[in-house]
Design a protein around this ligand. Structure first.
Ligand SMILES: *[C@@H]1O[C@H](CO)[C@@H](O)[C@H](O)[C@H]1NC(C)=O
Ligand SMILES: *[C@@H]1O[C@H](CO)[C@@H](O)[C@H](O)[C@H]1NC(C)=O
Length: 143
C-alpha cells in the first residue's frame, strides 16, 4: 500500500521518495531523551511524497498531529489527526511544518515529540543530501 502511494505520488516528479522510520530502530518512544527526535529530524530533509513510519507499542503510545502551539505546550486535547496503529505510515503532503506528539500524559514532556518541515523538491535543486540512495529509501523509476 505504502509503495503504491509513493509510486502514484511521484508521477511527474523527478526524484526518489524516502520512507523514514521515526527514531530509526529505536522507534517512537519516551526513553530517548528530550532532544532525540529533534536531532533525528534535523539531520534529514523531508520532501513532499516522503513517508514517516511511526513504530511503537500501541498499548503504550499513540501519534497525534497537532498545531505548533499545542506542540510547544504538549497539549493533546485538540489534535488535528490521531494515529493509533503501531505501524503508522504518515504521508507527507503538502509542504509545511508537521508537528507530532504522543498524546499519552507525560510522554510529550519527556521528549516524545517530532517536528518536521516538508518542502517542495522542485525548489530544492541544490540539495544533494536527499537525492542519494540511503537506508530506507525507495527508488522509483524516474520519468
Ligand atoms: C506492549 O506493552 C504492553 C504493556 O507493557 C505489553 O504487555 C505488551 O507485551 C507490549 N506489546 C508488544 C508487542 O511489545
Ligand atoms: C518555489 O519558490 C518560488 C520562489 O521562492 C515560489 O514563488 C514558488 O511558489 C515555489 N514553488 C513551489 C512549488 O513551492
Amino acid at each position: 500500500m505504502a509503495l503504491l502511494i509513493v509510486a502514484l505520488s511521484l508521477i511527474g516528479l523527478v526524484r526518489t521518495s524516502s520512507l523514514y522510520e521515526v527514531g530509526d530502530s529505536n522507534g517512537w518512544t519516551t526513553t530517548m531523551g528530550l532532544d532525540y527526535y529533534k536531532t533525528w529530524s534535523s539531520s534529514k530533509n523531508f520532501y513532499v511524497g516522503d513517508i514517516l513510519l511511526f513504530q511503537y507499542n500501541e498499548t503504550l503510545h499513540n501519534v497525534m498531529e497537532v498545531s505548533s502551539q499545542d506542540f510547544e505546550l504538549c497539549n493533546p486535547k485538540s489534535p488535528l489527526t490521531i494515529y493509533q496503529s503501531q505501524n503508522e505510515a504518515v504521508y507527507l503532503n503538502p509542504t509545511g511544518h508537521y508537528y507530532f506528539i504522543c498524546g499519552v500524559p507525560g510522554h510529550c514532556e519527556s521528549g516524545q515529540k517530532l517536528d518536521v518541515l516538508v518542502v517542495d523538491p522542485i525548489n530544492e535543486s541544490n540539495s544533494p543530501k536527499s537525492m542519494g540512495i540511503g537506508e530506507g529509501q525507495i527508488l522509483v523509476p524516474q520519468i
